[in-house]
Design a protein around this ligand. Structure first.
Ligand code: ZN
Length: 569
C-alpha cells in the first residue's frame, strides 16, 4: 500500500469511525467501520489484508477524543452526514412534536366521559399526555366530564374501569376530578358571568331560538336586565324548571359569521337524576363547553389536545375566557384514530349495544376493540402506548395498526413465554415404537430452562393438516421421526438429518389420553383443542407460546377445561 492510498483509507475510515461513535454515543468499533468502508470503496478490497491494521489505528485515535471533539471533527469532515444523523435522531426520539410555550410548565388533562369503559382509540390521549408529562416533568389530570346524565349518561362502573385502563397503560394521574362533584363551582362562575353581562336566561323554545339565531337576530330575552337573569338562574339551580323550559346562554355575538358561536347554551335543565348519589339532586347542568372551559382554567391546564372536529369548542370558550380575562391554553388539534382489524366499530355506544344484545360477552370479549379486551389477551399497555405515540398528533386521520402493537408486544413477552403444544381439532393416531415421551425445549433460546416431558402413551393427536399421507414421515417435535403406515405412526428414529437434509416437516402434537382440554378465545371466535399435560401447571395470567399457533394468556384452569386468550402470532 503506497502512502497516497494509505491516506485515502485513513480519511474514509476516520469518517466512518466518527459516524459510528457519534451515532451510538460510544467508542467506535473496527468491525462496524470495515463493513461500510469496503462496501463504499471496492478499490480497497485488493488490500484487504493490510486495511484492518490501518482502520484499527484510526479507530483508536477516534476513541481517544471526547464526545464534543468527535462531533466537531465529523462536522469538519462530513457535515452532511452529521446533519442526516441528527435528523434521524430527532425522528426517533420525538414521534411526538415538542409542545409550544412550555416555559411555565406543562399541565394536561384527559377528560373522559365515563359513559362506558374505554375502546382502543381512547388509549391515545393518556399515551400522549403521559409521554408529554414525562418529557416536560409536567402534570397529568384525569377529569371525568360527567355532566350529561341524559344523552351521555355516565356508567358507574366506567370511572374505575377508566382509571384502571390508565394504570395498565403505565401512567398515574396526578389528580382525578369528577365534574359532577363541582356543580357549585360552575354555578358560582355562571353568577359572575351574569354580573359581567356575559349571560342571560332564555325560555325560547329551541326551534324558535334556532330560527332567530340562524338569521342573526336576537331573541327578546337577550336584552333583559341582569336582575331578572340572576333570579331566573337561581330558579334553575333550585330545580324550579323542567327540561326545555329555561336555559342560560352566553352572550357572544348574535351576528357572528359562524352560527355555532352565536349565544350558545351554558346551562340547561335535565329532569333525569344523575346516577352518582353525590350528584342526584342537581337538575341544572352545565354544557360541556362551559364546564370544561371553566375547569381547564381553574386546574391550570396549559395545553389541550382535542379532535379537529371540535375546533368550535375553543372559539366558544374564548368568549367566556374574555369575560373573565383569562388566558386560553395552547390547543393541539388532532385527527381521528381508526383501527381496521376489528369487525366491531370503535364506538362506546355500539360496543355497549352488542354487549346488551348478548352478541359480545362483555367489554373484555376478544372480539371487542377495547382496552379491557387487549389486556385480557395479554397485550402489555406499553405496546399500545408505543404504537399510539408513533401516530403523532397531526390533524389528519391516522390508523392504528394492530400489527405494530403485536410486534412490540412480542418483543416484550417472547423471552419469558414458555412453549407448549396445543393441537386444534386433533386427529388421533396410535404410535408404535420409540421412547415413552417427547422432550422438546421449554424455550428454544434458553436451553438452561430445560426440557418438557410430554408423554406419548399409545396414541397422539396431530392437527388434520399435519397428518402425513400413508407412507410419508413427519417429525413429532421433541420426540422423533415417525412414518404413517397402516393407520399408525411407526417410530423411525431421531436422526435430525431427516428434517435438515430430507425436509421432513416438524409438527406439534399432544398425547391422546393425558392432554389438557383448552378453549382458546380469539378475535375470530373460540377454538378448542388439547394441550400437553404440563399446560395444567401454568399460572393464571402467565403468557405462553403455543408452538406454531401463537402467544396466549392463561386465563383460567378448571377440571373440565382450561381457558386461554389468544394474543397474536
Ligand atoms: Zn330567548
Amino acid at each position: 500500500m503506497d502512502s497516497e492510498l494509505r491516506e485515502r483509507v485513513e480519511r474514509a475510515a476516520r469518517t466512518h469511525a466518527l459516524l459510528n461513535a457519534v451515532k451510538y454515543d460510544s467508542d467506535a468499533d473496527v468491525g462496524a467501520v470495515m463493513g461500510p468502508l469496503m462496501g463504499e470503496h471496492p478499490e480497497f478490497r485488493e488490500h484487504s489484508d493490510e486495511i484492518p491494521g490501518v482502520v484499527a489505528g484510526v479507530v483508536s485515535e477516534v476513541n481517544d477524543l471526547s464526545a464534543d471533539e468527535r462531533r466537531a471533527r465529523l462536522e469538519a469532515l462530513a457535515p452532511e452526514e452529521l446533519e442526516e444523523l441528527e435528523a434521524e435522531d430527532e425522528e426517533d426520539e420525538h414521534a411526538l412534536p415538542d409542545l409550544p410555550n412550555v416555559d411555565d410548565g406543562v399541565v394536561m388533562r384527559a377528560a373522559p366521559n365515563p359513559n362506558g369503559p374505554w375502546h382502543l382509540g381512547h388509549a391515545r390521549m393518556p399515551a400522549v399526555i403521559g409521554t408529554y408529562k414525562e418529557r416536560y416533568d409536567g402534570r397529568f389530570i384525569c377529569r371525568f366530564d360527567d355532566t350529561d346524565p341524559e344523552t351521555k349518561r355516565p356508567d358507574l362502573d366506567a370511572y374505575d374501569a377508566i382509571l384502571d385502563a390508565i394504570e395498565y397503560l403505565g401512567f398515574e394521574p396526578d389528580e382525578v376530578l369528577r365534574a359532577s362533584d363541582r356543580l357549585e363551582t360552575y354555578y358560582d362562575h355562571a353568577r359572575e358571568l351574569i354580573d359581567y353581562g356575559g349571560a342571560y336566561t332564555c325560555s325560547c323554545p329551541q326551534g324558535e331560538f334556532s330560527d332567530l339565531k340562524n338569521s342573526g337576530e336576537a331573541c327578546p330575552h337577550r336584552e333583559k336586565d341582569a336582575e331578572t337573569t340572576r333570579e331566573e338562574f337561581e330558579a334553575m339551580v333550585d330545580g324550579d324548571y323542567s327540561a326545555g323550559e329555561m336555559v342560560l346562554r352566553v352572550r357572544t355575538d348574535i351576528t357572528h359569521k359562524n352560527p355555532a358561536l352565536r349565544d350558545w347554551v351554558a346551562f340547561r335543565m335535565i329532569d333525569r337524576p344523575h346516577p352518582r348519589p353525590e350528584a342526584e339532586d342537581y337538575r341544572c347542568w352545565p354544557m360541556l363547553d362551559f364546564q370544561s372551559g371553566v375547569d381547564d382554567h381553574l386546574t391550570g391546564v396549559t395545553h389541550i389536545i382535542r379532535g379537529i372536529d371540535l375546533q368550535d369548542s375553543a372559539k366558544r370558550q374564548r368568549f367566556v375566557y374574555d369575560y373573565f380575562d383569562w388566558e386560553y391554553p395552547e390547543v393541539v388539534h388532532w385527527g381521528h384514530v381508526q383501527v381496521d382489524e376489528y369487525d366491531v366499530k370503535l364506538s362506546t355506544s355500539t360496543i355497549k349495544e352488542l354487549i346488551d344484545a348478548g352478541e359480545l360477552d362483555g367489554w373484555d370479549d376478544p372480539r371487542a376493540p377495547t382496552i379491557a379486551s387487549l389486556r385480557r389477551r395479554g397485550i402489555r399497555g406499553e405496546a399500545i402506548v408505543d404504537a399510539m405515540i408513533e401516530l403523532g398528533t397531526s390533524t389528519s386521520n391516522v390508523e392504528l395498526s394492530m400489527s405494530a402493537v403485536y410486534s412490540t408486544n412480542r418483543d416484550l413477552i417472547d423471552d419469558d413465554a414458555d412453549r407448549y403444544f396445543f393441537v386444534r381439532d386433533g386427529v388421533e393416531l396410535p404410535v408404535s415404537g420409540g421412547p415413552d415421551a417427547g422432550h422438546p425445549p421449554v424455550h428454544p433460546e434458553h436451553e438452561e430452562r430445560g426440557r418438557r416431558d410430554v408423554p406419548v402413551d399409545d396414541a397422539v393427536l396431530v392437527e388434520p393438516a399435519d397428518v402425513p399421507d400413508e407412507g410419508e414421515r413427519v417429525w413429532l417435535k421433541g420426540f422423533g421421526c415417525v412414518r404413517h403406515a397402516d393407520g399408525e405412526l411407526a417410530y423411525v428414529g431421531d436422526d435430525i438429518d431427516a428434517v435438515r437434509e430430507e425436509g421432513v416437516p416438524v409438527v406439534h402434537w399432544a398425547p391422546a389420553e393425558r392432554g389438557v382440554s383448552v378453549r382458546l378465545r380469539t378475535m375470530d371466535g373460540d377454538v378448542t383443542g388439547v394441550a400437553e399435560p404440563g399446560f395444567a401447571d401454568t399460572a393464571v395470567d402467565e403468557m405462553v407460546q403455543f408452538e406454531r399457533v401463537g402467544f396466549a394468556r392463561v386465563d383460567a384452569h378448571d377440571d373440565a377445561e382450561s381457558v386461554a386468550y389468544f394474543a397474536h402470532e
